[in-house]
Design a protein around this ligand. Structure first.
Ligand SMILES: [Zn+2]
Length: 133
């Protein structure tokens, strides 16, 4: 069976929450590099975090489920800056400029474009790299 990466995480708890959410829906998935990062968290940036791998035909469905779960969850999260409840998700797609950057992204994430997700507080404008758990 062929698997594809749909997300990556630095946070073990968040990674497992999302893994179990998909497993509960009967989706075939696993976390790649989970044990390496649990043993040595400093390796996480070097190997691109824990990767959520989903079996190919179910990947789109899994992505939609996680997006929906994120939206629902974000409505309940309070901004650590101002206390406003309800964060927004912002995803940027970065197209590589030139051969070397394309190669770097390819080696790090296995993808041809790099996606960066931030979480944004609409009240104070603060940005977070990860959802505050
Ligand atoms: Zn705020």
């Amino acid at each position: 069976m062929k698997f594809q990466q749909i997300r990556s995480y630095d946070n073990y708890i968040f990674a497992n929450l999302q893994l179990n959410l998909l497993k509960d829906q009967g989706i075939s998935c696993y976390l790649q590099d989970e044990h390496t990062i649990t043993i040595d968290p400093l390796l996480s940036p070097a190997i691109g975090g824990m990767k959520l791998m989903v079996v190919d035909p179910e990947a789109d469905m899994a992505r939609q489920m996680l997006d929906r779960a994120d939206e629902e969850y974000l409505k309940t999260v309070a901004c650590s800056g101002c206390g406003h409840v309800g964060l927004e998700k912002v995803t940027h797609i970065e197209k590589p400029e030139g051969f070397w950057q394309a190669l770097k992204i390819r080696l790090i994430s296995g993808a041809t474009v790099s996606m960066k997700t931030h979480y944004h507080c609409p009240a104070c404008g603060r940005q977070f790299d990860q959802v505050p758990v």
